[in-house]
Design a protein around this ligand. Structure first.
Ligand code: NAP
Ligand code: F7E
Length: 369
């Protein structure tokens, strides 16, 4: 029996391993494309070891056309999921040219390789487009909302979106854009706000004394779980005709609400005092400062409110998110606590001291031990 082969770029990120796991469980052969590094971080890939040689890794860089073309020629994938990107919006202001090269020209290079190799009719292509492309367009945002990118990241992603549509229309490639709203998981990069929050909360629950330091508390995001979203990516490539789909939960929350949710997982309530950069979040029982603001973390241009309308994906793909925001944040806090518990002995010792001081988190500490 022959199984389909999927090529996933960005295999070391958050979505790459989760999508790979999903496809491997379906029987696919999966090739993960990883950029070269002298110190590779394969932590997120350990979950794939159980699939043996149905999963393999190949070196690939989105800035190297020859490398990408050879990779496609050798692996002959039935499906390509282009997840590789410089995906941090704030960093894209510091590295705008690199962001454009990887995020905009990277997908062009892959699409050109498909064309050059005559694989237009045999290889399906998924492009990881982003809700950031909507910028500050009025909510809710759907496939018909006009794009208004307002960061180098979003502008690069918008080029990638349109070049995907262009190659679909010009060359008949089965190429689809998933316009995905924010999605998170325990393996989310620690520089993204949800994971930064859950990691800091986990540390505090284990006796850490540093407050959580954030930027804009009032921006709103439509946060879903990455496990639900990788399924939607696959569903797009199983359709007879390619298309562009929004994946979103249809619920929008502030960063502030995410902080409150995460602290509630360890039995702490947060009350807010002060305004703007002087605002702090405190534990009402002790007055301890749990959250403070660093204006350096504000962005030059903020996307204030994202709220997705994924009606098309729900109707055409039958996709819908299954994991709630509260369950996702709980899972992330728990996972961070587990990692800290296993990795840091001094924190573990401290946590025993806090065990009796903080009734709320006692049950979590017991579970983690
Ligand atoms: P992520 O965790 O930042 O992963 C990005 C991946 O791209 C990493 O494996 C990274 O490799 C790789 N990469 C970066 N530059 C590369 C290059 N020059 N050549 C080859 N690989 C390179 O991102 P994610 O959260 O999994 O998101 C997956 C995709 O969806 C990204 O394109 C992102 O922009 C898009 N997206 C994400 C969200 C979200 O909320 N997560 C929403 C909408 C769209 P290293 O590990 O070596 O750096
Ligand atoms: O920021 C605010 C920040 O970096 C969310 C990427 O996956 O989703 C992600 O982009 C919000 C912003 O994600 C901090 O200003 C406050 O309003 O977690 P984030 P993002 O920028 O929405 C989209 C859909 C993508 O496509 C991207 O690839 O949180 N915020 N304080 C902070 N953000 C960060 N990172 N750190 C803070 O301290």
């Amino acid at each position: 029996m022959t199984f389909k082969t999927a090529l996933i770029t960005g295999i070391t990120g958050q979505d790459g391993p989760l999508l790979a796991e999903f496809l491997l469980e379906k029987g696919y052969r999966v090739v993960g494309a990883r950029q070269w590094s002298p110190l590779p971080d394969d932590q997120n890939l350990t979950r794939l070891e159980k699939f043996g040689d149905r999963f393999s890794l190949r070196p690939a860089d989105m800035s190297d056309s020859g490398n990408l073309t050879r990779l496609l020629a050798e692996e002959k994938p039935d499906e390509i999921y282009n997840l590789a990107a410089q995906s941090h919006v704030a960093i894209s202001y510091d590295l705008p040219e690199m962001t454009a090269d990887v995020n905009a020209l990277g997908p062009l290079r892959l699409l050109e390789a498909i064309r050059t190799l005559g694989m237009e009719k045999t290889t399906r292509f998924y492009q990881a487009s982003s809700s950031e492309m909507f910028g500050n367009a009025p909510a809710p945002q759907s496939e018909t909302t006009p794009f208004a990118p307002c960061s180098p990241y979003a502008a690069a992603k918008l080029y990638a979106y349109w070049i995907t549509v262009t190659y679909r229309n010009a060359y008949g490639i089965h190429a689809s854009n998933g316009i995905l709203f924010n999605h998170e998981s325990p393996i989310r990069g620690q520089d993204f706000v949800t994971r930064k929050i859950t990691h800091a909360v986990a540390k505090i629950s284990l006796g850490g004394t540093d407050p959580l330091v954030l930027g804009n508390l009032d921006s709103r995001r439509d946060w879903g779980h990455a496990r639900d979203y990788v399924e939607g990516m696959w569903q797009m490539l199983q359709q007879d005709t390619p298309g562009d789909y929004v994946l979103a939960t249809g619920e929008s929350r502030t960063v502030r609400a995410c902080v409150e949710q995460a602290f509630s997982c360890i039995g702490l309530r947060v009350i807010w005092r002060g305004r703007g950069p002087n605002e702090i979040g405190c534990d009402p029982r002790t007055g301890r400062v749990l959250v403070r603001i660093d204006p350096a973390l504000f962005r030059p241009n903020e996307v204030h409110a994202l709220l997705g309308d994924s009606d098309k994906a729900r109707r055409v793909l039958g996709w819908k998110p299954k994991i709630s925001f509260a369950d996702m944040i709980y899972e992330m806090v728990q996972s961070d606590r587990q990692d800290l518990f296993q990795g840091t002995e001094s924190l573990l010792t401290k946590s025993l001291e806090t065990f009796y001081q903080n009734e709320g988190s006692a049950h979590l500490i017991r579970e983690a031990s």
